[in-house]
Design a protein around this ligand. Structure first.
Ligand SMILES: *Cc1c(COP(=O)(O)O)cnc(C)c1O
Length: 582
């Protein structure tokens, strides 16, 4: 095995068909076992998966969601296939002399338990590319991946580039052939964002070229395809040119009618994949209530697209301290499907005591420190957070709208809060390769820290943010900071990891957090960034004080769990998708 520092998750899948039927009945879908089967599974297409223990590293929330969907399916025995690339290369970052360095590591699927099945071919106008089909079965779920030595990294190259189009074509057409090759027929296809659009085209083309009338085939494909959108603004989406389609896409389509249909979706010689995607997918979802409402998408005639909201969830058994999961199960907070036990859920939450919370978080802090043992900060030093110190964290991709530098607007104020409350602050993040604006912001924040004796002692930057750090911080931090500019976060899931682990959330009212009213957590409000910063500092003080006051601590943890644990539950998300699909 290659380096893998995450403890293997112990799954307790449902054991008998009766139990599975019980879950389906719990979600009000009787006889769902007749709609989904091992040979007719739920097929989930994604360009990104974040599952390091299976050798596939993602970039952010979209990949975590895909990995968690599969984990939930495995736990609940839902027949499920994750179709995704296995990237032979992955990118990492490290700090050297206060500079961030990008480096790349090779990944070999043989080291992660994948079996080679056979090869499939996709075509370009001038040649053919052979793709390895590999698979790995995990309970009722399986990975079905395509790969080849020159496939490259996740998101390598610019987003409208030939290489990206090639990767998307390989995943769609190659992945669909792979599905046939292993003898599967999709019951439904879920497209995790438009980069997976070609899977639906492959299906449509198969139906038409095997004799079905074109319009019938469109109706059939539409009915069984769900497009999940994560982006707010259609205009921000990459475009491809007709010439690129002639080179990479059309050679893979047998039916002239399908080619013509796709050609008609170009405007002024360019296409956005969302345009044909909303036509081929009758089912469309956004990833939180707010996002489904505000996502601004139009079809080719200019009509606004409606999205159903299925708020993201997380696989609780992956992201929550096992001791806390046991506590939830023993105390009637979660049932054996990991859904909040319906009738006495609120009562059960109200019984969680401050001393239980502190005891469990102490275990979480230990786990975090174990993980920190093999990570280093911006100076190349190990970080250890004392057991009695309060810990804030900000752990996110470093993108502008998430505002990782907001807490550093007033360095002295931040320093005072940390010192007065014996608190530390961990900042973990990844700057996208080539994002020079965010890179400069990160560097100037590191200089602020370096020049301030208190911050230098109490603020720790950890590069190469990944799921291990995401997990460790959710377990071991007392309070997490989430500051997206309101209206720009589609859902976010790191805050779910924090709440489910009994941490105090300080957040702007955005994404999935806004599924519930803002009095359920330590909210940051304000008309402008100055007010928001002031509010953030005040809430940091409230959080640190609450930790030492039993009734305050119970008040906030109970509020958070009652409002959000159901939303956090990946089983709830699976239930919502199954209800929408069938
Ligand atoms: C949970 C997680 C995410 C999701 O982040 P959001 O910003 O909340 O969407 C991204 N990356 C990693 C490594 C994670 O563990």
């Amino acid at each position: 095995m290659e380096e893998n520092n995450i403890d293997p998750v112990i799954y307790h899948p449902l054991e008998s068909v009766e139990e599975v039927e019980e879950y389906y009945q719990a979600i009000k879908r009787e006889r769902l076992t007749h709609k989904l089967s091992a040979s007719r599974p739920y097929c989930y297409w994604t360009i990104e998966t974040y599952d390091k223990s299976n050798g596939i590293r993602g970039g952010g929330g979209l990949g975590v969601l895909a990995a968690d969907m599969r984990r939930v399916a495995e736990q609940l025995q839902v027949p499920f296939v994750l179709v995704t690339p296995f990237y032979p290369w992955e990118s990492h970052q490290k700090m050297q002399n206060m500079e961030q360095i990008d480096y790349h590591e090779e990944r070999n699927y043989h080291n992660f338990g994948f079996n080679f099945v056979d090869t499939v071919q996709i075509k370009t106008a001038t040649s053919a590319v052979e793709l390895d089909v590999i698979e790995k079965q995990l309970g009722s779920s399986r990975f079905l991946c395509i790969t080849e030595p020159n496939f490259g990294e996740l998101y390598s190259g610019e987003s409208g580039s030939d290489h990206r189009l090639y990767q998307e074509v390989a995943l769609g057409f190659g992945g669909y052939q792979a599905l046939k090759m292993v003898g599967l027929r999709p019951a439904v296809i879920q497209l995790n964002e438009v980069a997976t659009f070609f899977a639906a085209v492959a299906r449509l083309d198969e139906l038409v070229s095997s004799g079905m009338d074109f319009y019938e085939a469109v109706v059939y494909t539409r009915k069984h395809t769900l497009y999940t959108n994560h982006t707010l603004v259609q205009a921000a989406e990459a475009t491809f040119h007709y010439k690129q389609f002639e080179q990479y896409v059309f050679p893979n389509i047998k039916s002239v009618a399908v080619q013509r249909w796709l050609s008609d979706k170009f405007t002024n010689g360019v296409i956005r994949l969302s345009t044909p995607t909303v036509e081929i997918a009758e089912l469309r979802s956004g990833v939180s209530k707010l996002h489904a409402r505000v996502a601004n998408y139009h079809d080719i005639n200019g009509s606004k697209i409606k999205f159903k909201s299925v708020t993201n969830g997380i696989h609780l058994r992956t992201w929550v301290l096992p001791e806390i999961m046991t506590y939830y199960h023993d105390h009637g907070v979660l049932d054996r499907f990991d859904l909040p036990s319906s009738h006495d859920f609120e009562e059960a939450v109200d019984k969680i005591s401050a001393s239980d919370i502190r005891r469990l978080k102490t275990i979480g802090r230990k786990r975090l420190n174990e993980i920190l043992e093999h990570r280093t900060d911006q100076y190349g030093n190990k970080v250890h957070i004392p057991e009695d110190a309060f810990l804030f964290d900000f752990k996110r991709r470093f993108v502008d709208y998430k505002r990782p530098t907001l807490p550093f607007n007033d360095p002295d104020r931040l320093a005072r809060i940390l010192e007065e409350n014996n608190a530390h602050y961990i900042l973990a993040g990844r700057v996208h390769m080539g994002d020079s604006t965010m890179f400069a912001k990160l560097m100037s924040t590191l200089h602020i820290i370096d020049n301030h004796p208190i911050l230098k002692e109490r603020v720790h930057y950890l590069p190469d943010y990944d799921e291990e750090l995401g997990l460790g911080l959710s377990l071991g931090a007392n309070s997490s900071i989430n500051t997206p500019i309101v209206g720009l976060e589609a859902c976010g899931t790191s805050w779910m990891k924090d709440i489910a682990n009994m941490g105090l959330l300080i957040s702007t009212h955005d994404g999935g957090v806004a599924d519930m009213p803002s009095d359920n957590y330590l909210t940051i409000e304000g008309k402008n960034e100055k007010q928001e910063t002031e509010n953030l500092y005040r809430q940091m003080e409230v959080a640190a004080k609450a930790w030492n006051n039993d009734s305050e601590l119970e008040y906030w943890i109970h509020k958070e769990l009652k409002a959000y644990l159901d939303i956090c539950s990946g089983s709830r998300m699976m239930r919502d998708y199954l209800n929408y699909l069938f």
